[in-house]
Design a protein around this ligand. Sequence first.
Ligand SMILES: [Fe+2]
Ligand SMILES: [Fe+2]
Length: 395
Amino acid sequence: MKKHNTPDALSTVPAEPQVPAREGLDSAWNRVVGRRAFLKGVGVTGAAALVPAALTTSGAMAARKAALTDGDVAILQFLAAAELIETDLWQQYNELGGVDGGNASYQAALSNLDGDMPQYIADNTDDEMSHAAFLNAYLKSMGAEQVNLDAFRTLPSSKATGAQQIGRLTNLQKLNVDTSWYTRYRSTQNPDLGATFPQAITIKNEPAIPLNDTETPPGTSQPVPPDSTAASRMQAIANTAGFHFAYIEQGGASLYTSLSLKVSSLEVLRIVVSIGGVEVDHFGLWHDKCGNAVAQPLAGVTDPKTGLTFPDFNAPPFGGEQFQTNLILPEPASFIRKNLPPVSVIRPSLTENAGAVATIESFTADLLFEGQTSQFFRTVMALARAADAAERRVH
Ligand SMILES: [Fe+2]
Ligand SMILES: [Fe+2]
């Protein structure tokens, strides 16, 4: 690889005396991407003279592609797929319950968990969209193939007021929400050292978004406690969403941690840990909010259709370290080896528990992909296996 083919080479080109170094760099880059108008009056002639003749857009792209291992490409492609999946589910929540969402009753029920829930839902949705768009743009910038799951947007939308009638990648209308993350993060044990954790609450075949306007009319008021069958149903749906938000994002926290250990390029590592940190941020937020579904004054709601009850986690037979709802920060747990002191960490992080395949399997058990085609599963599992198979290569 010729040194002058790399973007880094730009920083080694000496600036002419009348052009400050930073300005020279910016001008050179803008010439490369063809934004000549931007250069007017900032020493075009001098700056243009600094641009290595070989630094064309295609030349730079070829050089960057050579810098990425197949493993890094596989990690980025799987993460792009995971973010497209996250974006799809968050968009469904946002259309109905976000700050600009269209279902007032759902928004009100979510707001019983926290008055800022609709805003947080909108912001989380924006984050996922930016993650997916950035990862695909980065792949393209490196000459690698982007990920597009549009062919699999075939699942039905909710019929409730506020939902767009478009095909979806994910199902939120009947979920088995794994809530063992709740007891896991309150435990001193680590799944990577073989520990298993009970469900905090068993949520089976529950919707996380309203299904239609018949059972949950969008204008229904949502007092605490709910005062009608429709209000109870909607509150149980919103409570389920609260636990599902945290389930999804703790999965993202573990996934990014797991895949970061396989990255070779420092730039790709920067991307993976920087986006991964935001997944952790999301998880912490939702962990706090969903606890309000199982704390006073909201605790005690029963879904009139399924019989699911959200009990008071702060009162007997619950309460204590395993359930107290304001214990949202990770309890120090065993890590690496059992003879080391407990430490507050993201867990799991091993490939078999937290990697790409484990994530798809967990989402499948969640019923997030209920109704998807076998082609969809083949596609995402192929991406997942390739990402998990990546190996860190340091030169
Ligand atoms: Fe994300
Ligand atoms: Fe996320």
